[in-house]
Design a protein. Structure first.
Length: 244
């Protein structure tokens, strides 16, 4: 698994979007045991925080100590630095395992073996993420050009799974048909450009060129959205869920 986010963990915690309540309202009734949950690749702990309201214990792992340092802290969330493929948890320990915007970085077979080992019989695996944001025709054209042409060659090869809406990842579980969800946001221009800067391809570009490519489109976006104006848009949610 690659660590593309340690160097920007504070920005990641600030700007990354949160999943809608409706997503959890759909998933949580599918979980029979709410004693222990594992949020793998927890990042800033946004999913772990929600799970902490419903599970007695939430175990949240990430390969980045810096990410965990900036993660949400709750008394029943237990963070640890660990690889997704080498979990040090007991067999049949969890009622639910979640992965948010991280599955594409994993060794699928090794991770799924750990999920099958650590999930209780009938336990739920929920793999979630979000695709490219959408605002309006003009803004989308600018951002799509930025995504494909300006930073396109800087995306890691694993990004293709996000572009394919997680439909092409292997998923050896009893899959559940999931409805479509959206992450709705209202951001200022500063928040939008802050989010774009968290993209791993942007960070690769900065490292290679010693300049932030978001600045290339910032003026174009500023022409559409004055400073402090709220920009309304959404992300399509990517979701695969299945039972052990």
């Amino acid at each position: 698994m690659k660590d593309n986010f340690s160097t920007q963990s504070a920005s990641y915690a600030t700007f990354r979007p949160s999943y809608p309540d409706e997503l959890y309202d759909f998933l949580l009734p599918l979980v029979a045991s709410k004693q222990n949950a594992w949020d793998c690749g927890t990042g800033n702990g946004q999913v772990a925080k929600v799970l902490s309201h419903y599970f007695t214990n939430v175990y949240a792992t990430d390969i980045s100590n810096e990410q965990i340092d900036h993660a949400v802290k709750k008394s029943n969330i237990f963070y640890s630095v660990a690889e997704a493929e080498k979990a040090k948890f007991d067999d049949a320990f969890f009622g639910m395992v979640t992965v948010a915007q991280a599955i594409h970085w994993f060794d699928f077979n090794a991770f799924y073996n750990e999920v099958k080992r650590t999930l209780k019989p009938g336990g739920l695996l929920a793999v979630m993420g979000y695709g490219l944001l959408k605002i309006n025709d003009e803004a989308d054209q600018i951002i799509n050009h930025f995504y494909t042409e300006i930073i396109g060659k800087y995306w890691d090869k694993e990004r293709k799974y996000v572009d394919e809406n997680y439909t092409t990842i292997p998923f050896p579980f009893k899959e559940i048909n999931c409805p479509a969800f959206k992450i709705i946001f209202e951001w200022t221009l500063e928040e939008l450009t802050g989010y774009l800067t968290t993209w791993s391809a942007v960070q690769h570009y900065i490292k290679a060129n010693n300049s932030n490519p978001v600045e290339i489109i910032a003026l174009q976006l500023a022409g559409l959205f004055p400073s402090k104006q709220k920009i309304k848009g959404h992300f399509p949610v990517l979701l695969r869920a299945g039972l052990r």
